[in-house]
Design a protein around this ligand. Structure first.
Ligand SMILES: NC(=O)c1ccc[n+]([C@@H]2O[C@H](COP(=O)([O-])OP(=O)(O)OC[C@H]3O[C@@H](n4cnc5c(N)ncnc54)[C@H](OP(=O)(O)O)[C@@H]3O)[C@@H](O)[C@H]2O)c1
Length: 269
């Protein structure tokens, strides 16, 4: 499929992390077809090149690969530098992430540490790197991949779900910081989605009932529809968006009572 018409729109460049497979590779596909030039980041240069090669044949956008291990500080700085200096960048998809199955007490703590570097530190640093340019240029789009587990710590180990709660929190805060400068900021909260992350983390996606597992195509299509609708938080599987709105309203209703001079009565008896 040619995207010559789309290119006329000059949408700029989207930098996507974790673009060698799964959700990131699917964003690469959809964004190329929308007419974005791409910079694709992940560790596996060969797989990145395969994604890039296919999309170069199927679209007419410019695609560059930028291999980097985002847990490695020098590599992370290289990607940050690109985000800070490339004024053609109009979108960052902060997608690379890893998960670990099992309980904290039984786990390899260094692996957990690496997960926090990837799911938290890299996401924050890359957002911080792209933000000044977006503010200066009065526009841009930041998409951060969180997870429904940000809302459901009881469903999985707290270290992983905690990284995703961080991403949701950071994203909601950045909506205040960047929204006023014309920057779009979206958190995407997938439920179980059929990708390699399950096998990589030592879990079996087929242990879930089929009705709980979304295809990666449906997930990314829904997430981009949410973006087009102007959603700040997109939860592709959630049938009733009113439930999310009710949670937000309940949280915000507590706001005025979350910092007061006196302890609550129940603590002073
Ligand atoms: N699939 C789900 O059920 C699900 C649900 C909720 C949220 N999510 C979130 O969605 C995002 C994408 O997940 P996915 O399911 O597409 O996972 P995936 O299929 O395992 O893909 C992960 C991507 O991240 C890259 N990556 C991993 N470690 C990296 C590192 N150290 N440096 C740079 N890139 C790295 C991988 O490429 P290389 O191996 O080539 O580096 C790959 O491109 C993650 O943030 C995940 O937490 C997924």
């Amino acid at each position: 499929m040619s995207n010559a018409a789309n290119n006329d729109k000059n949408l700029g460049t989207a930098l996507i992390t974790g673009a060698s497979t799964g959700i990131g590779a699917t964003y690469a596909d959809r964004l190329a077809r929308r007419g974005y030039d791409l910079v694709l980041v992940a560790r596996d240069a060969q797989r990145l090149e395969q994604v890039a090669e296919r999309l170069r044949k199927e679209t007419s956008v410019k695609i560059e690969i930028l291999p980097a291990d985002l847990v490695n500080k020098a590599d992370l700085l290289k990607v940050e530098q690109r985000l800070r200096t490339d004024t053609s960048i109009t979108m960052l998809v902060n997608n690379a992430g890893m998960s670990i199955a099992g309980e904290l007490a039984d786990g390899d703590i260094d692996k957990y540490d690496a997960m926090i570097q990837l799911n938290i530190t890299a996401v924050m640093r890359l957002a911080a790197a792209v933000a000044p340019g977006f503010i200066q240029r009065k526009g841009g789009t930041l998409i951060n991949l969180a997870s429904v587990l940000a809302l459901a710590p009881e469903m999985f180990n707290g270290a992983y779900s905690g990284t995703k709660a961080f991403v949701l929190n950071l994203t909601q805060s950045l909506q205040n910081e960047l929204g006023k400068h014309g920057v779009r900021v979206q958190a995407v909260l997938p439920g179980a989605t059929r990708t390699e992350i399950w096998e990589r983390s030592g879990s079996d996606i087929d242990a879930f009932p089929d009705a709980m597992v979304m295809s990666v195509d449906d997930l990314v299509n829904a997430a981009l529809t949410g973006l087009d609708l102007g959603e700040q938080v997109t939860i592709p599987p959630l049938p009733d968006v009113g439930q999310w709105e009710a949670l937000t309203a309940a949280r915000q209703a507590m706001g005025p009572n979350l910092s007061l001079k006196n302890p609550a009565d129940r603590y002073t008896k």
